[in-house]
Write a protein that binds this ligand. Structure first.
Ligand code: NA7
Length: 557
């Protein structure tokens, strides 16, 4: 890549989204280069190497649909793929499509600034090893930085003084971490903590779990896939993929249309019991349709899980502490587990309820709560992420008039379709806030976004226009719509990361679009078919006329 020559496009990130975007634009004949802060491909699956890290989407549909040969060859081993397996898959994709040569690895993007006169974005990067700076200019920027990639690192007093190892699940070392003989703490009981806790407990001398909010969790029922199932999938991939694309959440299964409110208690319990045994998100989507919209229905599901905790956990006080009571089930991301609640029956595991006894300080030798000191060798922070907006705000994006994205989003993110923002022309966000993103099976959403963006850039090229920008009106209407749809559900009742509630000071609004993957896809397709309604397409680029009026010599759509 020549630094002097403006590129058609720069893509940031080399996970599922970045790899496909770079491939797609290259195939469409655009000059494109990718920047990735890690030393290799993988995105989320490069960083999340903590013990027990596994995808909660089943392996058959946690992959690209545009590689039918790989789809047939890729070993379908366990029901839920573990982190090393997904990383291997993405490395295979990168090799197969010869994508690594299009990326600079180990390069952190620190600033992305729009030059209105030139109609170009300038990116500044820093080499994470040497500290050397770099720049690139491009007409288009596509962010593929993931939704859960900026770690939430709570500031506990004294944290820097801890003499043992401090680890974050989202920034895990590449070398294996050995817990043997160690006194370990896990802070946080979201999906990451719930996956890691049973695995660490099996190895450590002692594990102390510091829980702030008890979480509902359901069994993953992970295990090897049988050959008949694998054969069925291989024979029917196109149809399963088609169904996933048009489904509510990017999974190929038909969600239940039965209502818990209409069922007798015996019917409800039979349904929940069956779903608990099946494992996975069946509990939420395959049982009853009203769990996340009706409080009384929700309580039936929540009571069932609280009953399971009583059945599984031997010590009644521990069981009580583990029972979630602060939010409706399903309104925080439902973790899938392998023997999570059972782990609290182990003699080497202690649960600390931070609501009863908060952390006062981290000391050189451990964690001190209001009830006393816990001596430790290692602290694992499973404290989550500054979701959706965090990774984008960290890029130092400045749009028209030098406006920082952080300022534009002071009251919360405003996007059109989660894909573009007014004031930030030619900048596209894959799975941005306002798209189904974290409420969907990610590869399905990513493919839809990548293909939509690729098509949009091709249309702009065909028309001879080169400035594409979401209008204020379209972004406002979409942002209102995202909130309106969420308000039909119980989601706004939870202090979740979907609501931005896990980050002090972050505006509270529902970040992803809950209207459904299929409906969203249709809507995006209709926008494209209408000639990109809600966007202006202008250019070829011409300077501002001095009165703040932008060039209008292209077709305004
Ligand atoms: P989550 O789901 O955000 O979980 C983070 C956990 O850390 C959660 O239990 C938090 O408690 C806890 N936390 C956060 N800050 C603190 C402080 N200051 N003190 C104590 N405890 C704290 O992140 P995960 O990594 O588990 O999962 C993220 C997503 O990755 C997951 O949903 C999947 O989509 C994949 P809280 O509930 O906020 O009280």
């Amino acid at each position: 890549m020549s630094e002097a020559e403006p590129l058609d496009a720069v893509v940031i990130g080399a996970g599922f989204a970045g790899l496909y975007m770079v491939y797609r634009l290259r195939e469409q004949g655009f000059s494109v280069h990718g920047f990735e802060r890690a030393d290799g491909v993988g995105g989320t699956w490069y960083w999340n190497r903590y013990p027990g890290a596994r995808c909660d989407s089943e392996i058959m549909y946690y992959s690209f649909s545009f590689l039918p040969d790989l789809e047939q060859e890729w070993p379908l081993t366990e029901r839920y793929p573990a982190q090393p397996e997904i990383l291997r898959y993405l490395e295979t994709v990168a090799s197969l499509l010869d994508l690594r040569k299009e990326f600079t690895f180990g390069a952190e993007v620190t600033a992305i600034e729009y030059d209105e006169a030139a109609g170009l974005w300038t990116l500044r990067t820093v080499d994470r090893k040497t500290g050397a700076g770099g720049t690139a200019t491009a007409r288009y920027v596509v962010t593929a930085v993931g939704c859960l990639s900026t770690a939430n690192r709570p500031r506990f007093p004294g944290a820097g003084a801890f003499a043992g190892a401090s680890l974050h699940t989202g920034d895990w070392p590449r070398e294996p971490v050995d817990f043997t003989g160690k006194r370990v703490a896990v802070i946080g009981t979201g999906s990451s903590g719930i996956q890691a806790i049973p695995v660490i407990a099996a190895q450590a001398a002692h594990l102390t779990v510091f829980q702030r909010t008890a979480q509902f969790s359901v069994p993953a029922e992970n295990g090897p896939l049988n050959e008949d199932m694998v054969a069925l999938w291989r024979a029917n991939y196109p149809e399963w993929r088609r169904r996933a694309r048009h489904s509510p959440t990017g999974f190929p299964y038909v969600p239940s249309i039965n209502l818990a409110a209409d069922a007798s208690e015996a019917e409800r319990n039979r349904t929940y019991e069956a779903a608990w045994g099946t494992g996975g998100f069946t509990f939420l989507f395959g049982s009853f349709a009203d769990i996340v919209v009706d409080e009384a229905a929700n309580k039936t599901a929540a009571d069932f899980v609280r009953g399971k905790i009583d059945e599984i956990v031997c010590d009644p006080d521990t069981a009580e502490m583990l029972k979630p009571r602060d939010f409706p089930i399903g309104t925080k991301r439902l973790p899938l587990d392998t023997h999570y609640y059972e782990t609290f029956n182990r003699p080497n595991v202690t649960l600390v309820d931070l609501k009863r006894t908060p952390i006062e300080e981290i000391t050189a030798t451990g964690i001190r709560t209001s009830a006393g000191q816990h001596d430790l060798d290692m602290i694992v922070y499973a404290t989550g992420y500054d979701a959706l907006t965090g990774p984008l705000e960290a890029l130092g994006i400045r749009g028209r008039g030098g406006l920082p994205l952080k300022d534009a989003w002071r009251e919360g993110p405003r996007t059109y379709l989660g894909l573009a923002m007014p004031g930030f022309p030619n900048l596209f966000t894959i799975t941005g806030p306002g798209s189904p993103s974290v409420l969907s099976n990610m590869p399905v959403s990513i493919e839809q976004h990548v293909e939509w963006i690729g098509d949009c850039l091709s249309v702009a090229r065909e028309r001879g226009t080169d400035v594409i920008e979401a209008t204020e009106a379209a972004a406002s209407a979409w942002t209102d719509h995202v909130q309106e749809v969420a308000s039909v559900t119980l989601h706004p009742k939870a202090a979740s990361w979907y609501m931005g509630a896990n980050i002090p000071g972050k505006p509270r609004l529902f970040l992803p679009y809950i209207g459904g993957v299929g409906l969203y896809r249709d809507h995006c397709a209709a926008v494209a078919a209408s000639g990109y309604e809600g966007f202006t397409m202008s250019g070829p680029h011409r300077e501002d006329d001095g009165d703040g009026n932008r060039s209008a010599d292209g077709r305004a759509a």
